[in-house]
Design a protein around this ligand. Sequence first.
Ligand code: UD1
Length: 351
Amino acid sequence: MANILVTGGAGFIGSHTCLVLLSHGHNLVVIDDLSNSSSVALERVAKLAGVGFGKERLQLIRCDIRDQAKLEAVFTSKANCSSQLEAVIHFAGLKAVSESVAKPLHYWDVNVSGSTALLAAMEAHECRTIVFSSTSTVYGEPEFFPLTESTPTNPIHPYAQTKLAVEQILGSLAIAGPWRSACLRYFNPVGAHPSGSIGEDPLGVPNNLFPYITQIAAGRHEKLRVFGDDYLTDDGTGIRDYLHVMDLAEAHAAALDHMLQSRAPLNLTLNLGTGKGLSVMNVVHGFEAATGVTIPYEMVGRRAGDVPKLEACPKKAEKILGWKAKRSLADMCRDGWAWQSANPNGYRGSK
Ligand code: UD1
């Protein structure tokens, strides 16, 4: 059991990870600016975990990750009540690729300056254990598969550049002092907790495939536009390595345990995926088979910035953490639909 700070813990991956961490007995302080997330997610996490919201096991503090004074105050107040923060899981950040191209300074500010503000507060309070939310998009447009952690990185937009920059900062810290860090490179997390009470709730029209499909099923959009059917893949549509968000959440708990148990400094980089790529049409048909809901679609041109294929080699995570994605595409679809059908408008308007 440890006292953990979770930045961005009200978001999609953050809220699912909070639930898993609570089930492992950890006490959580979440900081989140709620700019692309809802406190209702954490109220529901508390209910699912059987803990009080706003009490010792799960607190939420509204805070911008760049607000160094407020971060300092969070660390100090926990230390003053003898529940010193022992580790951080750092999700807070911006993640829309096209927005990052349009507003690069904003991305460098929030994602990189926000992370250095957090790391400075951690350093000042001798809390030097961190799990960092990174992305498979740091590999750019790779030629050789599967992607291992030693595949050269090639970030092709500011979003990927900022994520890689934070990985590099963590590398520098590991050389300078006794830091324990794990950079988790996520492939494509989808689905929801099987209860259907928490899930993905993007602002506006979703950019990503899976929430777009679940929102079509819920009647919020007419049809899917499949971006490109002329890639050199079996059915011509893009291939990604989709993994269930609960598998991903469990990987965070495993990475945290691994670091808390290590006496030596660590600077790990781990791919998190299933190792099995699926095309857009595999996902569409998988969703239809798992839910019985038809997804209308049309083929349109490629989306700028998309790569044909991303697929993880997840063996290092299995070797080091003993973690392996165990849920199927059918599980992802069933659970994602359980969430969207029970919450057609996400957290908005719900209590
Ligand atoms: C995208 C980001 C990635 C980010 C991730 C966050 C881009 C180029 N990449 O990943 O950097 O880490 O989201 O979750 O934005 N698709 C359609 N129709 C749609 C939406 C998507 O056909 O309406 C296709 C895409 O062309 C792609 C696949 O579905 O082949 C997956 O797309 P998406 O869910 O957006 O994920 P990524 O592009 O892999």
